[in-house]
Design a protein around this ligand. Structure first.
Ligand SMILES: [Zn+2]
Length: 308
């Protein structure tokens, strides 16, 4: 049974998943007859019917859906409305495809068609509470039975968080999804998750979905439970549903907050990711975006963290 869906003081249970995929999506959501397994239907968004595709302004960015039949127009409208706000508040992320499944078997089939993961592993993640993630190429995936158990504000926060991932990827161009530190597409997990989380919380708070100060208190309290240095979360600290303790999200969001406060929000919203495209090397992109080396920042952050 799902175990991570009850309420409680920790909101981190609602903040899950991101770039967990090991392989890129191929030709998904193109409306050309499904993914090969009949798991999805192409449908228009926001309650519109008849071939219209929802578009985000400015920029006229299309949002396409892949759904199963029990996903309602109200839900797609809610998603489009929230993504419109994310687009306005955080910036462009290119065309999006949103995959929404209300049926576990359909989700598992679509998921395992696209990723190097077994059906049992996928079910385990869903049962542990996985409800949303993003994958390269502007894809956002929602597993509705878990997603809809979160309060509405956290549903919106989740969409902001996943939107941030599509924006990171859009700006970086390179798929920074390697889990091997030595590969040129590698970006530390704490930077990917921590910045998605930090920026999503800030934007959500400005929209009134939640209280950033309250969220920060929760994050600090969770981060204090970890004695490991930030550097450890270059490759670890993943979401609970894949067996982690989420330090990439908690310690990582404090690290991103520190970067943003020191070097300006644009450095974490855009400069680092654009520099990834230019340098194809996260250490070089870090220096280009922030003007300091990762080692220097790690030392600064550990001193700062000890004062929290
Ligand atoms: Zn994420």
């Amino acid at each position: 049974m799902r175990t991570s869906v009850e309420g409680g003081p920790s909101r981190m249970r609602w903040v899950l998943a991101a770039v967990v995929a090991a392989t890129a999506l191929a030709a998904c959501g193109d409306g050309a007859g499904g993914s090969g397994s009949g798991t999805g239907l192409d449908r228009t968004a926001g309650g519109a019917r008849g071939g219209d595709v929802a578009r985000l302004q400015p920029g006229d960015r299309p949002v396409r859906f892949r759904l199963d039949t029990s996903v309602t127009p109200e839900l797609t409208g809610f998603v489009v409305e929230t993504l419109q706000w994310a687009h306005e508040d955080l910036g462009d992320s290119g065309p999006l495809t949103v995959h929404v499944y209300s049926d576990e078997e359909r989700f598992v089939r679509a998921y395992t068609d696209e990723y190097a993961i077994s059906a049992d592993e996928a079910r385990t993640e869903l049962d542990a509470g996985m409800h949303a993630f993003a994958s390269p190429g502007g894809h956002i995936w929602l597993y509705l039975p878990n997603f809809e158990q979160a309060p509405l504000g956290f549903q919106r926060l989740t969409l902001f968080h996943e939107y941030q991932h599509t924006q990171q990827q859009w700006q970086a161009v390179v798929n920074f999804q390697s889990e091997r530190v030595g590969e040129r597409s590698f970006v530390p997990r704490w930077l990917v998750e921590g910045c998605a989380e930090h920026l999503a919380v800030q934007a959500s708070s400005k929209r009134g979905f939640l209280d950033a100060a309250q969220e920060r208190a929760t994050v600090v309290s969770l981060a204090q439970q970890s004695a490991e240095p930030l550097r450890e979360f270059e490759t670890r600290g993943q979401a609970e549903f894949i067996g982690g303790k989420e330090e990439a999200y908690t310690v990582g969001s404090l690290a991103c907050e520190r970067l943003s406060a020191t070097f300006g929000e644009d450095s974490v919203l855009s400069r680092f990711w654009v520099s990834m495209e230019q340098t194809r090397d996260w250490n070089a992109a870090f220096v280009a975006a922030f003007g300091v080396s990762p080692d220097a920042f790690y030392a600064d952050f550990e001193r700062y963290r000890a004062t929290l």
